[in-house]
Ligand binder design. Structure first.
Ligand code: ZN
Length: 594
């Protein structure tokens, strides 16, 4: 830093303009009445304990919550003081101002505490198409339902839901989110940051010591006797399923995340990621500690299944109330490989269940609970394939998501007590721009047809489950990604297995086009992302939320992603009733509950 810059900075500091400091939960946080959270104040200097004063609704926080805050004089050995009060809870609805002073610094945030009405839904099922973008949805509808003279011949299962909204997905730290951050907004109702879930990303160095916010699963298990299920065809420790139960700053802490499902009381857990459930030393294990999540599940009475055949036989057993299904050590295979091409890792894992089978099994088991259930089902590979610019696989899996939603919709149709939400956590940058016609000569771009020349693609008629048998037809959809690294582009589907558009650069600085894709048809397509990009990236475009069932009427227009949590807790009546949303006296606007 130059002397001038240092001088300028000190002037700014004196003026109070450049002072750091924070209160978590953050300003404008919506807090469910009765939910638990850690209240953390971060001062920008060392502050003596007796100088710290934190008020909530005008009253000392210690009096409001009935306990002392933790004074971290030099947090992580740095010359800054933090103050933390764990497990706080406010029962009365209304605006609440939180003010912290100390060391000459004053910090203030304002929360909205909201209660809910009585319970409207017995069950809630949340479907996440990870990275599901409007183009996936449109392509899935076209390929699975067909089109005649511009009119689709049918629609996807969630196209028919009565309520639809758009969600903003950005987090506290960036306009662009990842799946941990955005799923955490759905499962806690609080904003978070890239790679974080179930916590506010504070300045703490330990990944597990950030201020926590309660998840929907914890709320349900603490306040009701409902069942909980988590289903994903990605690794279960991956961001979306993990955000149902985990509190960590780093989604990569998968070994620590795996045991959290049992700790949280998840009754049905089905998906990939089995390698983190095996104890260290077992072939295929990715653990290095002494924990054995698989054995712990077994001891806790969970039947364990590893194939589609075992899944259906155990789930249909009338006494099955809990179930652990681990069908792949890593991510499961997508439906195009599993059912049609027999590529990917299908040879090694030939009997993986479909997302529809996992959804059906989870509903079968959970619906035996008379108190109802919360189930999350993730089509996780839509995102994985979109990162690899493999739009065909992403779209086939979108058809699968529609089929899985249909299983839930059929279940809900027999009763009027189940809220179903279908959404994405973020988008990718893909659009349908026309068709690719192999009858035309020349390089790939000259085979792209637009407007009237695009016509209609000639995929084979879909089978009973809505899948065309093959993607390699002579007139294919032209689906382009807006955000790419340099790649060899042929505009042909990857039939030998999931696409790998890049490989690490020889100098280990970033990525270069995969030489295996340098076919006679391919041309080098210059990307627009930095060389550090391995593939396509997430985009900020709004995601679509479709809703059906009791409580779904709240979904409309543009909503923040944290409001999805609110839709679910209102349907389940999880906010303790408060007298009013306009607490008159600040004193008493908050109250300790435990
Ligand atoms: Zn992603």
């Amino acid at each position: 830093m130059t002397r001038l810059a240092a001088g300028l900075l000190s002037i700014l500091c004196l003026a109070g303009l450049a002072r750091a400091g924070a209160i978590y939960p953050i300003d404008r946080a919506a807090v469910l009445a009765g939910s638990r959270f850690d209240l953390k104040v971060e001062f920008d200097q060392v502050v003596p304990k007796e100088q710290i004063r934190v008020t909530v609704g005008g009253r000392p926080a210690e009096a409001v919550f009935g306990r002392q805050g933790l004074w971290l004089e030099r947090e992580d050995g740095k010359s800054v003081t933090s103050w933390v009060l764990q497990g706080a809870s406010i029962t009365r609805a209304g605006p609440v101002e939180v003010v912290a002073t100390g060391g000459g610094q004053r910090l203030a945030v304002r929360w909205e505490v909201y209660a809910t009405g009585p319970r409207k839904a017995k069950n809630v099922i949340l479907f996440i198409g990870d990275g599901l973008s409007p183009a996936n949805r449109t392509a899935a509808r076209l390929l699975s339902r067909g089109m005649s003279q511009g009119k689709f011949r049918g629609v996807l299962s969630f196209d028919e839901f009565p309520h639809t909204g758009l969600l903003g997905t950005s987090g506290m730290d960036s306009i662009i989110t990842d799946s941990a951050n955005s799923m955490s907004a759905y499962t806690t109702g609080h904003k978070s940051a890239l790679n974080a879930m179930g916590v506010y990303a504070s300045r703490a160095e330990n990944d597990f010591e950030h201020p926590r916010v309660e998840t929907l699963v914890e709320l349900v298990k603490r306040r009701t006797r409902m069942g909980v299920g988590v289903v994903s065809d990605a690794e279960l420790e991956d961001a979306t399923p993990a955000a149902m139960v985990a509190h960590t700053r780093r989604r990569a802490r998968k070994a620590e995340i795996a045991p959290m499902f049992l700790d949280a009381g998840v009754d049905v857990l089905l998906g990939g990621g089995g390698a983190y459930f095996l104890p260290a030393g077992t072939p295929g294990s990715k653990r290095q500690d002494g924990l054995d999540p698989l054995a712990r599940h077994r001891e806790a009475g969970y039947p364990i299944v590893t194939t589609a055949r075992e899944l259906s036989s155990v789930a249909s057993g009338p006494d099955t109330r809990k179930l652990l299904g681990l069908f792949h050590p890593e991510n499961m295979d997508g439906v195009l490989d599993r059912r049609f091409l027999k590529r990917g890792t299908v040879g090694a894992f030939p009997d993986q269940p479909d997302l529809t089978e996992m959804t059906r099994a989870a509903i079968d088991v959970l619906s035996r609970n008379p108190e109802g259930f919360v189930l999350m089902v993730e089509a996780g590979l839509i995102d994985k394939f979109s990162h690899k610019l493999d739009w065909e696989r992403a779209t086939w899996d979108t058809i699968m998501l529609s089929n899985a939603v249909k299983v839930a919709r059929d279940f809900a149709a027999r009763r009027n007590d189940t809220l179903i939400l279908v959404t994405a956590d973020h988008t990718h940058g893909l659009s349908i721009v026309g068709s690719v016609d192999d009858s035309l000569p020349g390089p790939p771009r000259e085979r792209v047809r637009t407007y009237a020349e695009a016509g209609f693609p000639d995929y084979p008629a879909p089978d009973a489950d809505g899948y065309p048998a093959r993607p390699d037809v002579s007139r294919r959809l032209a689906v382009f990604f807006s955000d790419t690294p340099d790649v060899y582009e042929s505009r042909e589907p990857s039939l030998e297995g999931p696409r790998e558009p890049t490989v690490p650069a020889p100098d280990r600085k970033g990525f270069v086009p995969n030489p295996a894709e340098k076919t006679s048809q391919a041309v080098l397509a210059e990307g627009n992302l930095p060389r550090s990009a391995e593939g396509g990236v997430h985009t900020m475009d709004d995601v679509v939320l479709d809703a059906l069932g009791p409580g779904s009427e709240r979904v409309h227009g543009f909503m923040d992603n944290t409001e999805v949590f609110r839709v679910m807790v209102e349907a389940l009546g999880l906010g303790r009733p408060g007298p009013s949303t306009t607490a008159r006296a600040p004193a008493g606007a908050a109250g300790a509950t435990h």
